[in-house]
Design a protein around this ligand. Structure first.
Ligand SMILES: [Zn+2]
Length: 257
């Protein structure tokens, strides 16, 4: 049963027929690993904290810069030069003191990441580099922990939920390399705050589906592409790569069966 204060705080989402008190209790018990606290992580973490996700683990080794503030909405001008995980934790605990927060202000190696993924119900990849994305995909695949991935640059965004319970393409099937041939950073290409926010919100929404309702209603293992000019989404299937260094073993098992 929810307490009176909990009912007041969460009434508008508990009122959702599919969610109800049971879904809210599931959210209270959930554990989410958020890798990267930039524009994606800011938006996702704020909404997950607001929704009452029980425990958020926030990972980022950067400090807040003035050029972050137009899109990384968890930060305020007075946060400049503060560590991002410290600054975002302050905002989140003010938003919802009931959420348990733990911050990790460094890049994790595979062993550390494996431990963190083991504790998590879902992982949000909100990072800004391909090496991290590949490592997170590999560890999540090994542990069959759902990975909710997003990226945004310029006017474009992409979003994908990797549900490794089903045999489908993984992140590495989609991008089978460790470095982008033509990496475009936000400082070179520019990026709009609402585009990043849109993608971060998608990550939070997908996480709430899985955590509160125990399933993804959004199409999983497909690439959702967002065009911020036309404001349209396009859905592209992710082909499973039979030579993928992460998930190909499953393909071989399938062939021998
Ligand atoms: Zn793969």
């Amino acid at each position: 049963m929810l307490t009176d204060n909990q009912f007041l705080r969460y009434q508008r989402q508990v009122a959702l027929r599919e969610l109800g008190e049971i879904g809210q209790q599931r959210l209270f018990q959930s554990h989410v690993l958020i890798i990267g606290c930039g524009g994606l992580g800011s938006a996702a973490a704020l909404y997950l904290a607001g929704a009452g996700a029980g425990r958020l683990v926030l990972v980022d080794d950067d400090n807040v810069e003035a050029s972050n503030l137009h899109r990384q909405i968890a930060y305020r001008s007075y946060d400049i030069d503060s560590g991002k995980v410290d600054a975002i934790s302050r905002q989140l605990s003010q938003l919802n003191p009931d959420v348990q927060l733990r911050s990790i202000a460094r890049r994790m190696d595979e062993a550390q990441l494996s431990l963190e993924v083991m504790l998590a119900d879902v992982v949000l990849d909100c990072s800004d580099n391909l090496a991290t994305r590949q490592l997170v995909n590999r560890v999540c695949f090994q542990q069959k922990t759902p990975l909710i991935s997003a990226a945004a640059v310029g006017w474009q965004g992409q979003f994908a939920v990797f549900d490794y319970q089903v045999s489908a393409g993984c992140y590495r099937c989609l991008y089978p390399f460790d470095e982008l041939p033509d990496p475009k950073s936000c400082s070179e290409s520019g990026v709009l705050g609402p585009v990043v926010g849109m993608l971060g919100n998608y990550q939070a929404l997908a996480a709430i589906q899985k955590l509160a309702l125990e399933q993804f209603f959004v199409a999983t293992n497909q690439l959702h592409l967002f065009d911020g000019k036309a404001m349209q989404w396009q859905l592209i299937s992710i082909a499973k790569d039979s030579h993928c260094s992460v998930c190909a073993a499953q393909v071989e098992e399938g062939i021998h069966d």
